[in-house]
Design a protein around this ligand. Sequence first.
Ligand code: FAD
Ligand code: NDP
Length: 543
Amino acid sequence: MNKMASLSSKKTGFLSSLSYQVRHLTMSRANCNIINSNNNSNKYYDLVVIGGGSGGLACSKEASQLGKKVAVLDYVSPSPQGTSWGLGGTCVNVGCIPKKLMHQASLIHSAVQDSYSYGWMDSNNASLNVTHDWNLLVDNVRNHILSLNWGHRVQLKEKKVDYYNCFGRFVDNHTIEATDKNGKKMSLSADNIVIAVGGRPAFPDQVPGAREFGISSDDIFFLKEPPGKTLVVGASYVALECAGFLNGLGYETSVMIRSQPLKAFDEHLSKLVLDHMEAEGVEFLRDSTPLRVDRIINESGKTELQVSYSTRTDNSNNNGSQEMHKVAVDTVLFATGRRAATTDLKLDILGIQTDVSTCQIPVDDNDATSLPNVFVIGDAALGRPELTPVAIMSGKLLAKRLYSNSSELMDYKMVPTTVFTPLEYGAIGFTERQAIDQFGEENVEVFHAFYKPLEYYLPFRNSNQCYIKVVCAATEGRERVVGLHMTGPNAGEVVQGFAVAIKRGITMRDIQSTVGIHPTVAEEVVKLHITKSSGEDPTVTAC
Ligand code: FAD
Ligand code: NDP
C-alpha cells in the first residue's frame, strides 16, 4: 500500500497525464450510462474532494492554486432533531466557532461577577446584576456562522474550485455520484479523490429515547429555546466544554461520567478542570451510565425529560454493584463520541474497510487508502487527532504532495490542543504517564507549579486549580521537553506559543533562560523550577 501510494503522489507530469487520459477514455464510456439514465451531465476533474469542512476546503483550494481542476462536494444531512447548516463543516457550524463564542459568553459572565471589585457598579452603587438572553446569543452566533458560510463560498469561487452542494458517493475509484437535495444526480470523474467527510455525533442507540428526546452538539448551538436544566452525557472534550459554558450562562448543569473524564489527557490536570467546574456549580454523576430517556409530565404539569441511569458502587470485596437512579431535566445533551460519516459512501465498492466502532478509514503516512488514488484527511481518517488545524494542514500538505512534487508528510505527533472548559486546559506532547511508559521512569523529570493569575487577586478568585506541568525526558542522548500541560485563563494562547519551541526539541534550560513577560500567566512557565522528584511543595505564593 505504502509503495503504491507514494508512487501515486510522486507521479511525473507525463505519467500522470497519460494515466489520466487513458482513464478518461474508459470512464467516459462507463459514465455515459449514468448520464443517459438520469439525463444529467458528466464532469471531469483532476481532483474531487468529498466534504467541504476544514480539511476538504483547505485541500481543494490548495490543489486549485497549484493549477488543477478541482471540485468539492459538501452536503449536510440534518441531525435527528432536524438541525442543518451551510458550507464549512463541523468547526465553522457546530464545533470550534460556536463553541468558542459560547465559552466567551460564559467567561464574560465571570468577568461581570468580578467587576465590582474592579470598581464597576450600577447607578445604586450595587454590583452589576445582569441577565442573559439565550436567543440573542444564538442569533448573533448564527449570523457570524452565516457570514463564514458565505465567506467560504466566495473563497471557492475566487480560487476557481467548483462547489457542489451535493452528497457524494463512490461509483468506482475514479467516479463519484453527486446527488443534490432534490435528488438530481450527476457524475464527477477524477484522477484523485479525497475523502474529507468528517464525523457526526454518535447517540448511544442502546439507550431508548436517546435519539428521540436527546440533542447533540449538532443542535445545542442553534437551540430556539434556552436549554434550561441540562444533563450532559459524556466526559470528554465536547461534554465538558458544553457543560462548562451552559453552567457559566446560568443553566443548572450536570454531567454523567461513565469512566475516566478526559481520558487522553494528564490525569492530574483533568482532575483540576473537573474540580474547578464542580466549584463553579456543575454537578458530576460519576461512574454512571444512562439506561433510558422518557418524556414525562411532572407533578406541576411541566413536560420534562426523565433519565434513568445506573451508578456503579464498589463494595469492600471490590465486586461492583449497581444502583438505579432517575433525574428529571429540560435538556439531555449526548456528547458520547463521534462516528465518521463514511457509511453511505459505498466504500465497499472499492473494497475499503472502516473501523467497526468509529467508522473511520485506515490510511498510511501518505494519507492514502488501500487504493493509491483515494485519500482520507481530517476526522474521517483513523488514528489522527480530530482537530481543525490538523485537518487543514494535512489537506494542504496532501495537495502539495499530489501536485507540486512535495514529499512533506503531515506530522501527527506533538499537536497542541486546548479543552475550552471555564478553566482552560492547554496541552502538547506526552502526559507524565505516557512519558514514563515511553522513556522509563528513571528518564523522566517533571517541573511543576501552582500559580495565581494576577487578575484573580482583587475579586478573591480561587486559584487552586491553576497549575503547570512541564514533562522532560532523556531521549536521543539528551534531555528534552516532551510535554507541556497547563490549566488557567487563556491556557490555549499560552500553549500555542510554547508549542513551536517544544516541537523544535527545546530543553528545560531553554525555557528557564527565557525572560518572562510580566505580569502574565505565560511567564509562570519560564519561572518553573520545582521538580517533582525534589518533593518540594509546588504551591507558589509570591509574585
Ligand atoms: P468536517 O469539518 O466535519 O467537514 C466534513 C464535511 O463533509 C461536512 O460539511 C459534512 O456535512 C460533509 N459531508 C459528509 N459526508 C458527505 C458526503 N458524502 N458528501 C458530501 N459532503 C459530505 N477542533 C479544534 O481544533 N478546536 C476546537 O475548539 C474544536 N471544537 C470542537 C467542538 C465541537 C462541539 C466539535 C464537535 C468538534 C470540535 N473540534 C474542534 C473538532 C473539529 O471541528 C474537527 O476536527 C474538524 O471540523 C474536522 O474537519 P474535517 O474536514 O475532517 O470534517
Ligand atoms: P470522545 O470520543 O473523546 O468522548 C466520548 C465520551 O462519551 C467519553 O467520555 C465516553 O466515555 C462517553 N460515552 C460514550 N458512550 C457512552 C455511553 N453510552 N454512556 C455514557 N457515556 C458514554 O468524544 P467527543 O465527542 O467529546 O470528542 C471527539 C473529538 O472531537 C475529540 O477527540 C477532539 O479531537 C474533537 N474536539 C476538539 C475540541 C477542542 O479542540 N477543543 C472540542 C471538542 C471536540 P468512556 O470514556 O467511558 O468511553
